[in-house]
Design a protein around this ligand. Structure first.
Ligand code: VGL
Ligand code: ZN
Length: 200
């Protein structure tokens, strides 16, 4: 039994890990730094190691915007310039231990359209179907934007979505946004877990 007394989860075929937007611009020193964003890296490295050891697929999304992207303040959007395609800020955090065969999904690549969800305008669903994935473990940045929309799209597409609560952090534009986003994901059916709840 886990410390929480809850049922533990066992990884099995049909599971995949999705690491959302763990990119330099969302980390300390980056242009859209998420408070405590760096804390997801050691947490995700544990999950990454578990998935790799089980031979299960790993997907990593990247916010990947053209220089004139509509989400940038200079073009009327809500955000500072961030994750410009090919820039160092758009690169995955060097400390994130992605396996060499991780599938990279880039989103928000069109100037006139933003995409918070890893499913939005990408081949993610197609890829997951091709691998017969039914359950997705999701962590990364940020809880109240790209993680939330990815989880909700996944639920709508019929996947079991497992929210890695110890491997997400929020922008918290308004205090409490991250907590509200987690509650909403769970209300919609996401399964919240922490590392201790994974039987590995
Ligand atoms: C994100 C704001 C703008 C995210 C991406 O990854 O959560 N947030 N672009
Ligand atoms: Zn963005």
């Amino acid at each position: 039994m886990s410390p929480q007394g809850a049922q533990q989860l066992t990884l099995s075929p049909g599971d995949a890990l999705i690491v959302v937007d763990v990119q330099n611009d969302f980390l300390p020193g980056g242009s859209l730094a998420v408070p405590h964003g760096e804390e997801v890296i050691p947490a995700l490295n544990r999950y990454l190691d578990a998935f790799v050891r089980c031979g299960l697929p790993v997907v990593a999304t990247q916010d990947w915007h053209p220089p004139d992207h509509c989400s940038f303040r200079v073009y009327g959007g809500p955000w500072p310039l961030h994750c410009v395609a090919g820039s160092d800020g758009a690169a995955h955090a060097p400390a994130l231990e992605l396996p060499a065969d991780a599938v990279i999904i880039r989103k928000g690549t069109q100037s006139k359209q933003d995409a918070y969800s890893g499913f939005d305008g990408t081949d993610l669903d197609l890829y997951l179907r091709s691998q017969k994935i039914r359950r997705l473990f999701v962590g990364g940045l940020a809880t109240d934007y790209c993680v939330r929309y990815t989880v909700e799209d996944g639920l709508n597409a019929g996947y079991v979505m497992v929210l890695l609560r110890d491997a997400v952090r929020a922008v918290d534009v308004r205090p409490g946004d991250g907590e509200r986003a987690e509650m909403e994901m769970i209300r919609r059916g996401a399964v919240p877990i922490r590392w201790e709840m994974l039987a590995v």
